[in-house]
Ligand binder design. Structure first.
Ligand SMILES: [Zn+2]
Length: 249
C-alpha cells in the first residue's frame, strides 16, 4: 500500500487517540489514507473505572499498562487503523501522572524523557512513514497533563527536523471554542469512535449521547473534531468560519 495521503498522530496515552481524534482517524483510514498512531506511554497511572478491574491499579508491576496495550489494540481495530506504535517501543517511557504527583519524579517517566532521544525515536517513524501531516497537542498539552505537554515538545522538535521527509503541516487538537483553524466533520464515523472509546473500558464509560472519564463528568459524544494549524500552509476555507475542512487541504 502506498497511499498518497499519510497522517501521523502523536498521543500521550492509550485512549487519547479515540477521545480527541477517533472520528478523524476512522474517516481518513476509511478513505484509504495511511493513518499512523504513535502513543508515548502505556498510561500506567490512569484511574480505573470498573470495580472488577481495580486490581490492575498502579502497582509495582504496572499491570494496568500491560492491560491497556490490549485496549488500544482493540480501539485501533475499531477505528480501522492498522499502523500503531509506541514511541521507543512499549514501556520505553512511563506515564508521568497528573501535575504534582509522585509519578512526575520517576526517572522512567515521559516527562523526564530526553527531548533529543524521544524526538529521534519519532523521527525514525517519520522517515519510514513519510507523513505530510502530524497531529498532536498544543504547547499546553490541551489540558496541562505533563505527558501531553511533553508529546507536544517531542513532536515539535521532530517536526523542525522533518521537512526533508515531506512533513509539511503540524496540527494541535482543539475544542470547538478554541483557536480553531480546521474542522473535520466525521459524523459518519461516530459509531467507530464510540466503539473505540468502549474498548478503553478501564478509562471511559460510554453512554450515548454522552461519555465520562473517571471523574464522572459527562461530555457529548461528537463526530466533528477541531484542530489548530500551528505550522504549514493553510488550505482554502471549506467549513463554517473560513476553516479548513480537511487536514490535507
Ligand atoms: Zn492522556
Amino acid at each position: 500500500m502506498d497511499p498518497a495521503r499519510r497522517l501521523l498522530l502523536v498521543h500521550a496515552h492509550p485512549d487519547d487517540e479515540s477521545i480527541g481524534t477517533g472520528a478523524t482517524m476512522a474517516k481518513y483510514a476509511a478513505e484509504g489514507a495511511q493513518v499512523t498512531l504513535v502513543t508515548c506511554t502505556l498510561g500506567e497511572l490512569g484511574e480505573i473505572i470498573p470495580p472488577d478491574l481495580a486490581h490492575l491499579g498502579a502497582d509495582a508491576e504496572d499491570r494496568l499498562g500491560e492491560y491497556r496495550i490490549g485496549e488500544l489494540a482493540a480501539a485501533c481495530a475499531a477505528l480501522g487503523v492498522t499502523d500503531h506504535r509506541y514511541l521507543g517501543g512499549p514501556g520505553r517511557w512511563r506515564d508521568s501522572g497528573m501535575t504534582g504527583t509522585a509519578g512526575n519524579d520517576d526517572p522512567r517517566c515521559f516527562w523526564r524523557a530526553g527531548l533529543d532521544e524521544a524526538a529521534d525515536a519519532l523521527l525514525g517513524v517519520i522517515r519510514e512513514v513519510r507523513p505530510q501531516v502530524l497531529v498532536t497537542y498544543d504547547a499546553n498539552g490541551f489540558y496541562g497533563h505533563p505527558d501531553h505537554i511533553q508529546a507536544h515538545r517531542v513532536a515539535w522538535h521532530a517536526f523542525q527536523q522533518a521537512g526533508q521527509y515531506g512533513l509539511a503541516k503540524f496540527y494541535a487538537t482543539s475544542a470547538a471554542d478554541g483557536p480553531v483553524t480546521t474542522e473535520i466533520d466525521a459524523t459518519a464515523y461516530l459509531d467507530r469512535k464510540q466503539a473505540a472509546m468502549r474498548a478503553h473500558a478501564t478509562q471511559i464509560t460510554v453512554d450515548p449521547p454522552y461519555f465520562a472519564l473517571s471523574n464522572q463528568v459527562r461530555y457529548d459524544l461528537v463526530g466533528v473534531e477541531y484542530f489548530t494549524l500551528l505550522a504549514g500552509p493553510r488550505g482554502p476555507a471549506a467549513a463554517p468560519g473560513g476553516r479548513e475542512g480537511g487536514l490535507f487541504s
